[in-house]
Design a protein around this ligand. Structure first.
Ligand code: GTP
Ligand code: MG
Length: 259
């Protein structure tokens, strides 16, 4: 018996949402990995539909982590700053290629005095979202430290990384272009996917979280297929920090399970 409420109609993903910038993307394929599409069509996604994937959101104080989550989950924006104390979380349910998929979004505190409590919740993340303020270069510089701290508690070879510039509405196009150059460099060094958003206007917020949901789902299904011995059909899937390309064999071999 499914005791969970049905997935909202606007949380249904039938296609792979695209990256923002090809220069800093986890991958640039237009569609889901063929093995993932196939497994979903044939209802061979194992436990993925019952799992809840943990996503942590980290970054300096006041960069807009809470506002980003609130814009996506509740479609609200508060212009007054209320520091997050420790951690908070929201659940978001999606349906990806017909399979239910849930994300647990952990909103952590950026303030130094709460960092210690917040970091105890870093463990077990499948995706890490590192937020910086597009109008504050110091917050971009600090993202490397946030990532290092989050990776201490997680497996760098399997976690998906996203670098998100916030408050896009506050920069002029010229300012934004300058900041984006630096941010793309940092994202490439981290092997993270780059996004720029505004929680005030909502720009790119939905697109970003859909991309997080889709890529996390895809990685989960591929891991599940590997675990269940799908290797025998002749494909090899490698997921590692040095090689975030989940499509290693996609071009070489046609999936044997689909016509
Ligand atoms: N103009 C603008 N302001 C924003 C945006 N996002 C957040 N803010 C403002 O920035 C301030 C901080 O936002 P929060 O979301 O609370 O920041 P936080 O990163 O959660 O801060 P901590 O919880 O202390 O780590 C608030 O006053 C927000 O209204 C945005 O996209 N545009
Ligand atoms: Mg907060």
């Amino acid at each position: 018996m499914n005791i969970l409420a049905p997935v909202r109609r606007d949380r249904v993903l039938a296609e792979l949402p695209q990256c923002l910038r090809k220069e800093a993307a986890l991958h640039v394929h237009k569609d889901f990995h063929p093995r993932v599409t196939c497994a979903c069509q044939e209802h061979r996604t194992g436990t993925v539909g019952f799992k809840i994937s943990k996503v942590i959101v980290v970054g300096d104080l006041s960069v807009g982590k809470t506002c980003l989550i609130n814009r996506f989950c509740k479609d609200i924006f508060d212009k007054n700053y209320k520091a997050t104390i420790g951690v908070d979380f929201e659940m978001e349910r999606f349906e990806v290629l017909g399979v239910p998929f849930s994300l647990q979004l952990w909103d952590t505190a950026g303030q130094e005095r709460f960092k210690c409590i917040a970091s105890t919740y870093y463990r077990g993340a499948q995706a890490i979202i590192i937020v910086f303020n597009l109008n504050d270069v110091a917050s971009l510089e600090h993202t490397k430290q946030w990532l290092a701290d989050a990776l201490k508690e997680n497996d760098p070879s399997s976690v998906l990384l996203f670098l998100v510039g916030s408050k896009k509405d506050l920069s002029t196009p010229a300012q934004y272009a300058l900041m984006e150059k630096d941010a793309l460099k940092v994202a490439q060094e981290m092997k993270a996917e780059y996004w720029a958003v505004s929680s005030l206007t909502g720009e790119n917020v939905r697109e970003f979280f859909f991309r997080v949901a889709a890529l996390t789902f895809e990685a989960n299904v591929l891991a599940e297929l590997e675990k269940s011995g799908a290797r025998r059909i002749g494909d090899v899937v490698r997921i590692s920090s040095n090689d975030s390309n989940l499509y290693l064999t996609a071009g070489k071999k046609k999936p044997t399970c689909c016509p």
